[in-house]
Design a protein around this ligand. Structure first.
Ligand SMILES: Cc1ncc(COP(=O)(O)O)c(C=O)c1O
Length: 282
């Protein structure tokens, strides 16, 4: 209930929103929508959301006569970031949702609405990998071994923002067995810039390629220029071909929209022209 999104049902705000929309000529109210959150690794919360929305639909019909044609359950379908994430298949989610909608419609005497979903990361996340170049290894004996790479929170803010977990391998030595555990640190000047806390890989050497998996969603779109680091290129790999689909950002790109106001530019010119202290006047 404590969320910046949406209209809560319990406070009556959702019903008031429906009544307001029905009263407006410019709005055609077609259905009800919810979005539960992200990376939901079970189908059951969607069944509960259906119960809640269909129950609300029944009370709205009782008070206004309006019936939703569509029920939109939003996104949030989980993906496998690490081996411990087990997500239901799209088929499993669909089976649970459609059974819940039909059962609720029967119980409440409502027609079965059209069911919509809005998958985001479930479409794109597993298609993406990020390649980093290994810079150096910092050993703290008895504590940990940091492996430092040439990217980090600028291209993938998710681990720093919400402790997202990823797996990785050395792409150029993928067939070698892991030797020990490393902590992958990014290049940015934040101690929180840790991409992966524990990853088992062969002893990395400068120049090795670290491939981090499952970075196709909420990575490039969240990428930033912190520390004035340009964003990497994006390459589409398909059917044995590799095509650049987003160019690597340059320093010229970073400066392209920056301006020095004319009045400061002329001040700078005047300073340059003025003799510095101790310098003989012409
Ligand atoms: C309304 C809505 N629908 C769908 C999505 C997609 O979510 P996900 O990528 O977790 O499937 C979002 C993401 O925040 C959202 O806010």
């Amino acid at each position: 209930m404590d969320s910046k999104f949406g209209f809560p049902i319990r406070t009556g705000q959702a019903l008031r929103a429906v009544e307001r929309a029905l009263a407006l000529d410019s709005i055609e109210l077609r259905g009800l929508h919810c979005h539960l959150g992200s990376q939901i690794l079970e189908a059951e919360p969607y069944a509960r959301a259906v119960e809640t929305l269909m129950g609300f639909a029944a009370s709205v019909r009782a008070s206004t006569g309006w019936l939703p044609e569509e029920l939109d359950l939003g996104g949030g379908f989980g993906v496998r970031y690490t081996g411990s994430d087990q997500s239901p298949s799209p088929h499993d989610y669909a089976a649970v949702v459609s059974a819940a909608v039909q059962a609720a419609a029967r119980r409440l005497g409502l027609p079965v609405p059209k069911i919509l979903v809005e998958p985001g990361r479930a479409i794109a996340a597993q298609a993406g990998w990020t390649l980093y170049t290994v810079g150096c290894v910092k050993e703290i004996p008895g504590v940990r071994s940091y492996l430092v790479v040439d990217g980090g929170m600028g291209d993938n803010p998710r681990p720093a923002l919400y402790h997202a977990r990823h797996e990785a391998c050395l792409a150029n030595r993928a067939s070698e067995p892991p030797s020990r555990t490393f902590t992958v640190a990014g290049r940015y000047c934040e101690s929180g810039d840790i991409l992966i806390h524990d990853v088992d890989i062969p002893d990395p050497r400068p120049g090795d390629l670290l491939a981090v998996s499952c970075t196709g969603a909420y990575n490039y779109t969240m990428a930033m220029n912190y520390n004035r680091v340009p964003r990497p290129a994006m390459v589409l790999v398909s059917q044995g071909r590799a095509d650049v689909i987003v160019e690597r950002e340059t320093y010229a790109d970073l400066l392209a929209r920056e301006r020095i106001p004319g009045r400061l530019a002329s001040l700078r010119e005047r300073r340059r022209a003025a003799p510095s202290p101790g310098q003989p006047r012409p």
